[in-house]
Design a protein around this ligand. Structure first.
Ligand SMILES: *[C@@H]1O[C@H](CO)[C@@H](O)[C@H](O)[C@H]1NC(C)=O
Ligand SMILES: *[C@@H]1O[C@H](CO)[C@@H](O)[C@H](O)[C@H]1NC(C)=O
Ligand SMILES: *[C@@H]1O[C@H](CO)[C@@H](O)[C@H](O)[C@H]1NC(C)=O
Ligand SMILES: *[C@@H]1O[C@H](CO)[C@@H](O)[C@H](O)[C@H]1NC(C)=O
Ligand SMILES: *[C@@H]1O[C@H](CO)[C@@H](O)[C@H](O)[C@H]1NC(C)=O
Length: 268
């Protein structure tokens, strides 16, 4: 067997030194040289197989293809971060194919779905965080921020329910209480490379507050009705003499209307 190249490895990187998947003889030495920083390298050794090209995949997606017959293929990932982290595969297009996997691993990159969530008193509040980096978060923790530090929230206690997967966590708080639940929460995800957290603010509205727009409209209508009522009451005494002066005009139009209906009745 060929000897493995000895490489200085940055702390955040983990190498799976590749073996030919389909054949035990050809061998791929993978490397991530410190000097060139961003370059992933695969070096096919001990192989007589003709090479018709290379492929690089990130996860299951092909990100580079060529028809080069070189026994070395490289890929520039331009920096190690949450976006470039993932499982890279270099593939030599030989018969049979030979490939190796390079894992670019980073600590979690935790973000909150929404920086502020709102809930009504008595309802269920839902706070969500996710991480888009590789590898997945191994452990999620929720904290509630209070004056005497952050208190970890234990799943299943009180009104709390935590649901977590590798890249997402959800904290549900049942029967929201303004006094107890309003405030800031921290979701913290960790994996072997470290931990990272994000803050979510929860605002709880009182049931009454939800009614206020409706109560406002009711009050507005009541005030309007009162104003109209008072206005009408005050107008009536003044209207009496006015009616005497111009009392004939409405009478005339009333008569006209009556004539119209009479005519309509006659014509039909
Ligand atoms: C590739 O591997 C061969 C055989 O081990 C070695 O001679 C050569 O220097 C390697 N090339 C690079 C760029 O590491
Ligand atoms: C990788 O790409 C970056 C940005 O395009 C460039 O600055 C850097 O020199 C490249 N690295 C290598 C080794 O080609
Ligand atoms: C929290 O508890 C519920 C029910 O007891 C369970 O279904 C869920 O998987 C637990 N969540 C975590 C993150 O352990
Ligand atoms: C989280 O993981 C699931 C299953 O592994 C996947 O379907 C989903 O797209 C992932 N979500 C994010 C935001 O990466
Ligand atoms: C997450 O939790 C770990 C372990 O409790 C702690 O060391 C770390 O400081 C926390 N990180 C954040 C961002 O809260």
């Amino acid at each position: 067997m060929a000897s493995f190249a000895l490489i200085a490895v940055p702390a955040v990187l983990l190498f799976l030194c590749g073996r030919g998947a389909d054949s035990s003889d050809p061998h791929i030495v993978t490397s991530y040289p410190n000097i060139t920083g961003d370059l992933l390298t695969c070096n096919l050794t001990d192989s007589m197989l003709p090479i018709s090209g290379h492929q690089w995949l990130k996860g299951s997606k092909v990100i580079h293809e060529d028809e080069d017959s070189s026994q070395i293929t490289t890929h520039n990932i331009t920096g190690v971060n949450a976006d470039t982290s993932g499982q890279y595969t270099c593939k030599f297009l030989t018969s049979p194919e030979v490939y190796a996997v390079i894992d670019i691993t980073v600590p979690p990159n935790v973000v909150a779905y929404k920086k502020a969530e709102h809930g009504n008193e008595g309802d269920t509040g839902v706070l969500t965080c996710k991480s888009n980096s590789f590898p997945n978060v191994e452990e999620w923790t929720w904290y509630m921020v209070s004056e005497d530090g952050s208190q970890p929230i234990v799943n299943g206690t009180e009104r709390y329910l935590i649901k977590s997967s590798g890249n997402k966590t959800e904290l549900r708080i049942h029967h929201l209480d303004i006094e107890k639940d309003q405030g800031e929460y921290i979701c913290n995800g960790s994996n072997i490379h470290g931990s990272n957290g994000a803050t979510v603010a929860l605002r709880v509205r009182s049931r009454l507050a939800a009614l206020w727009p409706f109560l406002g409209i009711v009050a507005e209508v009541l005030i309007l009705v009162t104003i109209i009522f008072i206005y009408e009451k005050r107008r009536k005494p003044d209207d009496v003499p006015e009616d005497d002066d111009s009392g004939s005009a409405p009478l005339k139009s009333n008569a006209g209307a009556n004539n119209d209906t009479v005519r309509q009745r006659n014509s039909s």
